[in-house]
Design a protein around this ligand. Structure first.
Ligand code: ATP
Ligand code: MG
Length: 558
């Protein structure tokens, strides 16, 4: 059982919903997740997905998936597909068909006509620069455009001709007529339609005018009878516009926009634009590079949907800024994998050990379960043989105080096997340790040695039985906790050059047929997952390190 069956944490959005249900304002809730298909989703979107779909599940409501496809140049079918895959992988299903803001282009156009007829929208032809100038500043009111008082007839005619393609891109815009002196700049006659001859992934070349996000979003929400429209805090100042549009058209629904704070995660960035840069500049292998904070990257690295869902539950929902420590995410993943990943052995930095008193047919192998708390995971035989691999780091000629692993003349237990003693250290021409010669105490298979204590336990593999594997060890993508914080410096400066180390390692033969995306704990090393793209069952074995084990060494040293 996964750990995310915990009861949901209360938060202010839940309180609002519960009040609305109790008062009868709504009989059931409808939420939506509204991504723009202009990139792959990241961990911040996971927060929004878990919030929107999670609330719908908890209150037996519905959640729509709606693509906000109003910027044709940046959007693609590939992105839209990956977003659907990600939502499903996280464990959610949207209500009915996937929806698109472009499904409402005709309706949006009609509502614009309605605004024009009421004298609440006008066609403007100030240049972009003049428009900026007229807008004013935070401290200074804006000025009315000389085109602001055109008659409804003239505006209808011009807007119809905008749609018909009579004017070049950018030559005119349709603006809502609100208040150029409003202290909220979003209310200073915002543009609601622009001319843009761009091929759209859904509507092709049908339109050469496209509605702006703020105008589109509220109407799309209302057309879908969304009850609670949840978005991130940067939209707080847009809420008056959201409400203004819905208050000034004939529509039977007025969703409540509620803002919550974005998730920011340490040692990473959550800007689609910057993530795209990492991909196009080949700083990473793609959107699904396991170092990327994208949902596809986390998936490929071995993170579980359950672990990510638990993470979003733990960080909670509020209106205060939250820069979350990476250890919170890693902790959730680790806890989830603790219970679900079978445990096997692997050696990433091999040192050969020759067992000098190995006797063919007499020296025994032992059976070992795949999980101490889950006998139903089954077991396998861990074969022993004359030559074994141990981790080079588990041997030291000059050990630090408290060391309990192997030293010259010392003893250590091989996990699931005998106690060995290091009788001889063989060095290569370079003076480095090349091999150890050890003897087993035959009376220690499955029992304590007589008359002495051997505390250290190390992992190992029979050299003859082990299989070669490529193991990719990942570290943080950035060297600083907030690579994006210093506006005078570029985030590229903080890329961690050592974020990926590829090692040629050995693994137990029982993992040979593992399908892509199979997770294991490699004892004492961490959690690993077979790579979705490059791993071939029975062929080239490729593992990604998902997360290390917490404090794997302190226990042995203490
Ligand atoms: P863009 O700059 O392209 O608009 P975006 O990150 O806002 O990027 P959207 O596709 O518009 O991307 O986001 C879809 C939904 O996910 C929105 O409701 C948005 O508020 C939410 N979201 C995006 N980033 C985060 C984040 N870091 N934390 C929480 N929610 C987020
Ligand atoms: Mg957005």
């Amino acid at each position: 059982m996964s750990s995310d069956d915990n009861t949901p944490a209360p938060h202010f959005i839940r309180n609002i919903i519960e009040n609305d249900l109790a008062s009868g304002k709504h009989k059931a809730i409808v939420t939506r997740f509204p991504p723009e298909p202009n990139g792959y989703l990241h961990v911040g979107h996971a927060k929004s997905i878990c919030l929107n779909f999670g609330l719908a599940l908890d209150y037996r409501g519905k959640c729509n998936l709606r693509f906000d496809d109003t910027n044709p140049e940046k959007e693609s079918e590939e992105y839209a597909q990956s977003i659907q895959d990600d939502v499903r992988w996280l464990g959610f299903q949207w209500d009915g068909a996937v929806r698109w803001a472009s499904d409402y282009f005709d309706a949006l156009y009609d509502y614009a006509i309605e605004l024009i007829k009421q004298g609440k929208a006008y066609v403007d032809e100030l240049s972009a620069e003049e428009m900026r100038e007229f807008r004013g500043t935070l401290t200074e009111a804006g000025k009315n455009s000389p085109y602001r008082d055109r008659s409804a007839e003239e505006n209808l005619d011009l807007f119809g001709r905008m749609r018909a393609g009579e004017f070049p891109d950018g030559a005119k815009v349709l603006r809502a007529k609100i208040d150029m002196a409003s202290p909220n700049i979003n209310m200073r006659d915002p543009a609601i339609y622009r001319i843009r001859r761009a091929h759209h992934i859904r509507t092709g070349d049908k339109w050469c005018i496209y509605p702006m996000y703020d105008y589109t979003h509220c109407i799309s929400d209302a057309l879908e009878h969304i009850t609670h429209s949840l978005c991130t805090l940067e939209f707080e100042d847009h809420r008056p516009l959201y409400d203004w549009v819905l208050d000034n058209i004939t529509i039977d629904c007025h969703p409540q926009q509620i803002e919550f704070s974005r998730l920011e995660l340490q040692y990473t960035i959550t800007s689609k634009r910057k993530l795209l840069q990492l991909v196009t500049e080949k700083r990473v292998s793609g959107w699904d590079d396991p170092r990327m904070p994208t949902i596809q990257g986390m998936r490929r690295r071995g993170y579980t949907p359950e672990g990510i869902r638990e993470f979003t539950r733990r960080i909670g929902i509020s209106k205060s800024d939250n820069l979350v420590d990476m250890s919170v995410l890693e902790g959730c993943i680790r806890e989830d994998l603790e219970a679900r990943a079978p445990r096997v052995m692997a050696v990433v930095k091999p040192l050969k050990v020759v067992i000098t008193n190995f006797i063919e047919g007499e020296t025994a192998s032992r059976e070992a379960g795949f999980h101490p708390n889950h006998p139903e995971f089954g077991s396998r035989v861990v074969p022993f043989s004359k030559e074994i691999w141990i981790e080079a780091d588990d041997f030291s000629e000059t050990p630090p105080p408290g060391w309990q692993r192997l030293v010259p003349g010392g003893e250590v237990r091989l996990r699931y096997s005998y106690v060995i003693k290091c009788d001889e250290v063989v060095k290569g021409a370079d003076g480095q340790v090349a091999e150890l010669r050890c003897s087993i105490d035959p009376d220690t298979l499955g029992k304590n040695p007589a008359g002495r204590k051997v505390k250290g336990v190390i992992h190992w593999l029979s050299a003859e039985h082990a299989l070669p594997a490529e193991i990719r060890l990942y570290d943080r993508l950035f060297t600083v906790a907030e690579p994006d914080a210093d506006k005078t410096r570029d985030f590229h400066e903080f890329l961690n050059p050592a974020s990926l180390t590829v090692v040629h390692a050995w693994v137990e033969s029982c993992v040979n047929q593992a399908a892509p995306e199979t997770r294991y704990q490699f004892e004492r090393l961490g959690y690993f997952c077979t790579d979705r793209r490059d791993h071939e069952p029975g062929g080239k074995l490729v593992f990604n390190r998902t997360v290390t084990l917490k404090d794997s060494w302190t226990k042995e040293q203490g």
